[in-house]
Design a protein. Structure first.
Length: 318
């Protein structure tokens, strides 16, 4: 669905609001408006699409990746009211809004005003994936966590002396920067900070402004100027933002896995062997081999010659 694709444009930029996409078609099937949630969460996707459509919005069909909001805000009117006032005839919704202030009320508001509302349950998983941070925050009260690992074929992230630049090649590293641009937050542990002095910014032309907020996991709770600090993985619940990328070393990665906070795993593997080096993971709390099975599902794989990326998602009960 094109509206879901649009929503990806603002992923990592809209918290605490969801990154929604909206496309509007007139009676002849021509696109008259499109929009996505803007940085900071306003204007919403529907407001952007309506502004583009202008008078052509009357009688149109709006395709939205998330149920239009129904709650009032000091920052602007609710989208369900905007759609009604613009004379939209039909609204097609991919996923319902888990926010209790809207949950079902947006659709009800539209139907009560005489609009045709269709839901597409088959598109809901894709919409929820696109807005994973918003859904995780609503349901679990914390950001969606992506763990990034760059390893050799034998699972090492550095030589025995700690040398780690560079395990992977330029193409894989560029993709890592693209992933950073899709997160509000990026985290390392104190060991990585002291060893590598990482910048943790986005160094892709045109995307430099999308560098995430830097967070340090440290028992002391102290961090460099311009950084945030947490003492335990559980404290990510108090961080500002809905998407957190973890790029720490073996102990930090292990701590997040042991706490079962990782929802998505980016595993970049270089076609090299290191042998006696530093392992990618520390203790993850695994006691029995049987517990390791069935926890991760491969959802994507790409080649960034000469390297390989595999993307895994955490399997959780429905």
């Amino acid at each position: 669905m094109a509206a879901i694709a649009l929503s990806h444009r603002s992923r990592g930029r809209t918290a605490p609001n969801p990154n929604v996409g909206c496309i509007m078609l007139d009676a002849a099937g021509r696109v008259v408006g499109r929009g996505w949630t803007q940085p900071g969460g306003r204007p919403h996707a529907e407001a952007m699409a309506l502004a583009m459509a202008g008078a052509s919005a009357r009688g149109s069909t709006a395709y939205v990746s998330l149920e239009p909001c129904a709650h009032q805000s000091a920052r602007g009117p609710c989208c369900s009211d905007l759609l009604v006032e613009a004379g939209v005839r039909r609204v097609v919704v991919a996923a319902g809004d888990p926010d209790p202030r809207t949950n079902g009320r947006g659709i009800a508001r539209l139907r009560d005003a005489g609009l045709i509302v269709d839901t597409l349950p088959e598109l809901a998983p894709g919409a929820r994936e696109a807005m994973a941070g918003f859904f995780k925050r609503q349901r679990a009260g914390r950001p969606h966590v992506t763990l990034k690992l760059a390893t050799s074929l034998d699972g090492c992230i550095a030589l025995e002396d700690g040398t780690s630049q560079w395990i992977t090649g330029p193409a894989a590293r560029a993709h890592t920067h693209l992933e950073r641009a899709r997160h509000e937050l990026i985290l390392v542990g104190r060991g990585t900070l002291m060893q590598d002095q990482p910048r943790l910014d986005v160094r892709l032309p045109g995307l430099e402004s999308r560098s995430p907020i830097r967070v340090l996991l440290s028992h002391s709770g102290a961090a460099p100027d311009g950084w945030l600090a947490i003492q335990t993985p559980a404290q990510i619940a108090g961080l500002p933002g809905d998407h957190l990328m973890v790029e720490g070393g073996a102990q930090t990665a292990g701590a997040f896995l042991a706490a079962d906070l990782v929802e998505r795993l980016l595993l970049y593997r270089a076609p090299i062997l290191i042998g006696r080096g530093k392992a990618a993971l520390g203790d993850i709390g695994l006691n029995r081999l049987a517990e390791a099975h069935g926890r991760w599902r491969l959802v994507d794989a790409r080649d960034f010659a000469p390297d390989r990326l595999e993307v895994y998602e955490r399997v959780r009960p429905a």
